[in-house]
Design a protein around this ligand. Structure first.
Ligand code: AKG
Length: 327
């Protein structure tokens, strides 16, 4: 069976990376260089001296832990994977409540040229501000479902961060998906922290690194990671993950049951829509202060090794003082 067909058939979380044919080594390359004679004429062949690039093997993260996935180009990108964040029974109960009671709808997005397309999944949005992505806006909705409020508090407690918004995705079956993207809209601010909670059937969450500028958008040689997100798993994406990496949940060709994904975020008013700008500028500073304060107490109280480094707290305090002085 061809690689392509085999990949299409086996895309489950259990699918191991396919065996790749061995790439030629530098020695192999040397051996194909040479010269030979034909009558009185001689010919020489030199293999181009370009270094041979290996396609990195895809990594699979399945176990709980903190993973520093890259250190550049913009800074450190980190994932924190917490399977079993919710107990099976509470996850089951929350999943059926949210599936039945959230105001799910299908959003229409727009391409650069203005043509519309329906997202291959259902969504709903919670937050005091509207959220715009793919040239289409989800209206503000401050009426949080009580289950979502409970989950938000639990995620805030675990992560040591606060969130003012939530994008909910419903993948009805294996054909629903979300394509390669990063959550890097200006309204999310620099280095947004995204907390993603999964309920329902397992789907593979994939990440790929942004290519180097000289690769001009070619993703052939970039690093890749796959994470099977199981019922009740919490995944935190931190640091430069949204700048230096993209993520997706691809379609699968197995039967898949419904899955809900909740992505908690903090959203700020966009500069070009300054309605209530002063109010939101103050909220942004309050949020920053709240984060710093939580960071300080969290770093002293957690025992699971996930702490906010004191250097970054000090740095944040200095930044905060500078912001206060400026405003
Ligand atoms: O469903 C997921 O795990 C990912 C959702 C996502 O990428 C997003 O909402 O931006």
């Amino acid at each position: 069976m061809s690689d392509k067909r085999q990949r299409a058939r086996v895309q489950g979380s259990w699918a191991k990376p396919l065996h790749k044919p061995q790439q030629p080594t530098a020695q192999d390359v040397q051996s194909v260089s040479g010269s030979w004679k034909y009558g009185s004429r001689s010919f020489e062949f030199h293999q181009p001296a370009d270094p041979i690039r290996e396609i990195p093997t895809e990594k699979v993260f399945e176990n709980a832990g903190d993973y520093e996935i890259s250190q550049g180009p913009t800074g450190v990108s980190r994932l924190r994977l917490i399977p079993g964040f919710l107990q099976q029974e509470e996850a089951d109960w929350m999943f059926s409540k949210l599936l039945a009671e959230l105001p799910w709808s299908q959003k229409t997005n727009y391409r650069m040229m203005g043509d519309g397309y329906e997202e291959p999944r259902l969504t709903c949005w919670y937050g005091e501000l509207p959220y715009t992505y793919s040239r289409s806006t989800m209206q503000a909705n401050a009426q949080w479902h009580p289950v979502l409020t409970t989950l938000r508090l639990a995620v805030e407690e675990k992560s040591g961060h606060t969130f003012n918004s939530l994008l909910c995705n419903l993948y009805r079956d294996g054909k629903d998906s979300i394509g390669w993207h990063s959550d890097s809209e200006p309204s999310l601010g620099p280095q947004p922290l995204i907390a993603s909670l999964s309920l329902g059937d397992t789907r593979v969450f994939s990440l790929r690194k942004q290519p180097l500028p000289e690769d001009k958008g070619d993703y052939t040689y970039v690093e890749r990671i796959r994470i099977p997100l199981t019922h009740g798993t919490l995944l935190l994406m931190e640091g430069c993950t949204q700048t230096d990496w993209q993520h997706q949940v691809a379609k699968e060709y197995h039967d898949r049951g419904p899955r809900i994904n909740l992505t908690f975020r903090t959203i700020y008013p966009e500069p070009e829509h300054p309605s209530g700008g002063d109010h939101w500028e103050k909220r942004r500073r309050d949020h920053r202060f709240d984060e710093i304060w939580r960071g300080l107490s969290h770093s002293q109280s957690t025992s699971d090794g996930y702490n906010v480094k004191h250097t970054s707290i000090l740095f944040s305090l200095i930044i905060y003082l500078l912001v206060i002085v400026r405003f």
